[in-house]
Design a protein around this ligand. Structure first.
Ligand code: 13P
Length: 251
């Protein structure tokens, strides 16, 4: 059984003060949610304070990006060891906004994944097709290629630590969610690729869906056999909304 993983990607939202206020409101709301992993990725500037505010809760801290070098002359970048020092258990890499706005390649994502594992941080590796790619019938080809290139440096022995997030670009921030059946179709393909690459370890990898996940559609998405979690943008900014997503099966 794969343990569900519900993650908040705050993108470029929330100051330090706002992040701490969120934690104080949110943590008690999910205190009883014991059989899921809950993760929050704030901006880098809020990591330390949010980590402090979440201390004693089961909510894990994530970064939204990382650079793969240990240290050096890389102005503006953050090393994996720096994230580990702040208590990050996860880091999102290869988000479509990094790929499209900042030109990141899957080869770079592969290096980041390798560097994170070297520091005991679990990579959340994002893949997803654009609307043009979907309309051209290229979705599965695009996903297959992004996976092959982005996971190229992960040894099978570490594969279970990786999380894959399938985020169709046309569903991000648009209110246009993939239907559960559409998402499951791609997730099943991702699962097949992971099995082909990592054998049994491919079955242990959790695959999140991302793209306009909300409290009222998360349950149906999570009911799909290969959807093991959600990576949530807009709806994760509200403590009540994200808590309802974490309690997707309304225990
Ligand atoms: P939204 O939930 O705002 O569509 O964002 C999804 C996303 O990009 C999470 O990484």
């Amino acid at each position: 059984m794969r343990r569900p993983i519900l993650a908040a990607n705050w993108k470029m939202h929330k100051t330090v003060a706002e992040s701490v206020a969120f934690a104080k409101d949110f943590a008690p709301r999910v205190a009883g949610a014991r059989d899921v992993d809950v993760v929050i990725a704030p901006p880098f500037t809020a990591l330390a304070a949010l980590g402090g505010a979440l201390a004693g809760s089961a909510v894990a801290l994530a970064a939204q990006n990382v650079y793969f070098e240990e240290q050096g002359a890389f102005t503006g970048e953050i090393a994996p060891g720096m994230l580990r020092e702040l208590g990050c258990g996860y880091a999102i890499i290869g988000h479509s906004e990094r790929r499209t706005v900042f030109g990141e390649s899957s080869e770079l994502v592969a290096r980041k994944a390798e560097a994170l594992l070297g520091h005991g941080i679990r990579p959340i590796v994002c893949v997803g097709e654009s609307l043009a790619e979907r309309e051209a019938g290229r979705t599965l080809d695009v996903i297959r290629r992004q996976l092959a290139e982005s996971l190229a440096r992960i040894p099978a022995g570490r594969a279970a630590e990786v999380v894959v997030a399938y985020e169709p670009i046309w569903a991000i921030g648009t209110g246009r969610t993939a239907t559960p059946a559409m998402a499951q179709e791609v997730h099943a393909q991702v699962r097949a690729e992971l099995r082909a690459r990592f054998a049994e370890a491919g079955d242990a990898i959790r695959i999140q869906y991302g793209g306009s996940v909300k409290p009222d559609n998360v349950r149906e998405l999570m009911a799909q056999p290969d959807i093991d979690g959600a990576l949530v943008g807009g709806a994760s900014l509200d403590p009540d909304g994200f808590a309802r997503i974490v309690r997707f099966d309304a225990r």
